[in-house]
Design a protein around this ligand. Sequence first.
Ligand code: ZN
Length: 57
Amino acid sequence: MLLLLSVYAQCAAGVHDPTTKFGICGIITAVVCFPIGLICLFVDTEQKCSRCGIKLR
Ligand SMILES: [Zn+2]
């Protein structure tokens, strides 16, 4: 529990741990419309904090 609090304390201080995730629509478009769909794959991304899950943009 104490560990969890210290992890979230970093997020509360604005120090997030960003990870890039591809949207499911982008992945499907990339497969169906390969190779042009790869552009959609990189457009349909979002950055999330791997600790608290908040969207970073
Ligand atoms: Zn965070």
